[in-house]
Ligand binder design. Structure first.
Ligand code: MTE
Length: 346
């Protein structure tokens, strides 16, 4: 089996990952939906752009409209990047640290590396014209409003800085050269490379460009650190931390003969510079061989380790990566009530 089924969410099983290809096939990529996948036609689809941050301000009722064909006339752009849920690894708050947190109990499979096909958001915005003091852009999805308990939070939406939009943001219609599947945002989604998965709004319906900071429950209530040790105004989470996974199921059974084990490490802030592994529960560490790093762009690093003398019995395998910014995975993740950013060694 390829996934753990969490209802509207599906987690990739690391033991099902083929160690050879670099990219995650679209059909194997995790799915994270707040409600459910809408069916949207490419022929009637339109992206609406409005706000007082455009050089000619526009109200929502008077939004500019881009059809799919309009977008495809812009220069095409491709980028390889990690897509990862903010809550990836969440279950280990409980399993490893005995802490209770809310949210989907992902192991480490709410992540993938894919090659996005689309256009640069920068090119779309330049073709419209931005006000010089535009600061914030709110992306809103076309899926059903998100209702939790008795609260209707409205459509899934999240603001991000204009700086990110002009840097590397993509409006993607494809993944690995295929059209997006409905579950992954067909016909068009936003992609903010290196940032928490929630920033990459699927089924993108509109962009509001503003001269004042915009907010939504997805940057004030959700996807920021909350809990006793966090200030009430802790900022929205943006850049993903460093994480690592073995290409093994939990409680994998291995032959007691020499074996080469593989895994991957990634960071939202750049390439991986070093991976250490332990085959004895953290008693001793050795460097993994970095087999394939992302030569360009923002993908993950594949690594391997030769285990020459596995003895019969139970063994605990650990992997710990450092990125080029010098960020190393800690041994204990920082508690927060919603279980974000579990970056500790697993
Ligand atoms: N966009 C919309 N419109 N609705 C959603 O529920 N989920 C977000 C993000 N974009 C979501 C969304 C979250 S939390 C994540 S982690 C990613 O989409 C998951 O993308 P995927 O399902 O393509 O893997």
């Amino acid at each position: 089996s390829y996934f753990t089924d969490f209802g509207t969410n599906a987690e990739m099983l690391w033991g099902s990952v083929d160690p050879r290809p670099y990219l995650t096939p679209q059909s194997r990529l995790f799915v994270r939906n707040h409600t459910r996948t809408p069916q949207i036609s490419r022929t009637t689809y339109a992206l609406r752009v409005f706000g007082d941050g455009l050089s000619t301000p526009r109200t929502e009722d008077d939004a500019l409209s881009f059809t799919f064909a309009d977008l495809q006339r812009l220069p095409h752009h491709e980028l390889t990047a990690v897509l990862e849920c903010t809550g990836n690894g969440r279950r280990f708050f409980k399993d490893q640290q005995g802490q209770t947190v809310s949210g989907t109990g992902w192991s480490l499979g709410a992540v993938g590396t894919v090659r996005w096909n689309g256009v640069r958001l920068r090119d779309v915005l330049t073709s419209i014209g931005l006000a010089p003091d535009a600061v914030s852009i709110q992306a809103t999805g076309l899926d059903d409003p998100f209702v939790s308990g008795t609260t209707d939070y409205g459509r899934v939406r999240r603001p991000f800085p204009v700086g990110k939009a002009l840097d590397d943001a993509i409006l993607a219609w494809g993944m690995n050269g295929e059209d997006l599947l409905p579950d992954h945002g067909y016909p068009l989604r936003l992609v903010l490379p290196g940032w928490v998965g929630i920033a990459s709004i699927k089924w993108l319906g509109s962009l509001e460009v503003s001269r004042t900071e915009l907010t939504s429950p997805w940057n004030t209530t959700f996807y920021r650190m909350t809990g006793p040790q966090w200030p009430a105004d802790s900022p929205p989470l943006t850049v993903n931390p460093v994480r690592s996974a073995w290409e093994l199921d939990r409680d994998a059974v291995l032959p007691s003969r020499p074996v080469t084990l593989t895994g991957r490490s990634w960071s939202g802030a750049g390439r991986i510079s070093r991976v250490s592994v332990s085959l004895d529960g953290g008693e001793s560490w050795r460097p993994a061989v970095l087999d394939r790093r992302s030569r360009e762009d923002e993908g993950w690093t594949q690594w391997s380790v030769r285990w020459a003398d596995p003895r019969p019995g139970r063994h605990e395998l650990l992997a710990r990566a450092t990125d080029e910014q010098g960020r190393t995975q800690p041994l204990v993740a920082v508690f927060n009530t919603q279980g974000y950013f579990f970056d500790a060694v697993v």
